[in-house]
Ligand binder design. Structure first.
Ligand code: SAM
Length: 242
């Protein structure tokens, strides 16, 4: 998968060279290219922003550097990426969208700052590539870089060959509709707290049932909205007793 990130703070993306994503880059699974938007400015001050049309506070990112950046990275007439524009005004980023992105050959992230990017950049790009304006949550960050880091990490861990054990992906929160059950490891006793005995019983059926019960309780307590969205057939008779 090819990943381009355009930003005025290329150093902000340095963590993509670490840990799981870093290993995927080193292994050639991900072709990561981080670009400084200011490369596509032409004035002495390398200006990327200006006052908002119509007035109001803050600054808006000018369209020209963005237009040139997109034309250079994805020339019209050639293959096009799916453009991801992080914004708190976007559609929510979910595990389902992460799955969709993981199947794309090429994603390009446009990281906004200030009050965001002139809307014409997004509208113009939409004439030749698929464009998603995506929010990572109902709060406002200072820039799109942290959002791009979040989205990229969620996507890259889904790519074949990235996780040591791909089975890790099957029972996770946000895959089967429930949050994941609590997890434990050794030692069995620690600071007066025990690993739940059923997990040490070796009885696979009982362990699976305990985990399912815990997942149901946790989801009901923390995310009743997820439970309400589960289709009726996703719950068995025993689930309904929990
Ligand atoms: N004026 C914008 C609004 O109210 O919708 C907020 C701009 S915010 C200060 C600056 C940049 O941070 C945005 O252009 C976007 O790239 C990024 N950003 C902020 N919150 C975000 C979120 N929840 N999800 C994704 N990106 C976000």
């Amino acid at each position: 998968m090819r990943l381009d990130v355009v930003t005025i703070f290329p150093d902000y993306l340095a963590p993509l060279r670490l840990s799981l994503v870093g290993k995927a880059v080193a292994a050639g699974i991900v072709d990561l290219r981080v670009h400084d938007l200011r490369e596509w400015t032409h004035d002495k001050h390398r200006t990327v922003d200006d006052t908002p049309a119509g007035g109001g506070p803050g600054m808006v990112m000018r369209p020209e550097p963005w237009g040139e950046a997109l034309d250079t990275l994805a020339p019209p007439g050639g293959p096009q990426p799916r453009l991801v524009v992080p914004t708190p005004a976007g559609v929510p980023f979910t595990q389902a969208l992460a799955d969709e992105y993981a199947a794309e050959p090429w994603l390009l992230f446009a990281c906004g700052r200030y009050e965001g990017i002139d809307q014409r950049v997004i509208d113009h790009a939409g004439q030749r590539m698929r464009v998603d304006e995506v929010s990572i949550g109902d709060y406002v960050l200072a820039g799109g870089e942290a959002a791009a880091l979040v989205i990229i990490e969620a996507v890259v861990r889904l790519l074949p060959g990235v996780l040591g054990n791909p089975e890790s992906l099957t029972e996770e929160s946000h895959t089967g509709g429930l949050l994941e059950y609590p997890v434990y490891t050794k030692p069995a006793h620690w600071r007066g707290l025990d690993v739940p005995p059923v997990l040490l019983s070796g009885h696979h059926g009982r362990i699976a049932r305990w985990r399912r019960d815990q997942a149901l309780r946790r989801t009901a307590r923390r995310r009743p909205d997820l439970l309400a969205r589960l289709p009726a057939e996703a719950l068995d008779a025993r689930d309904r007793e929990v």
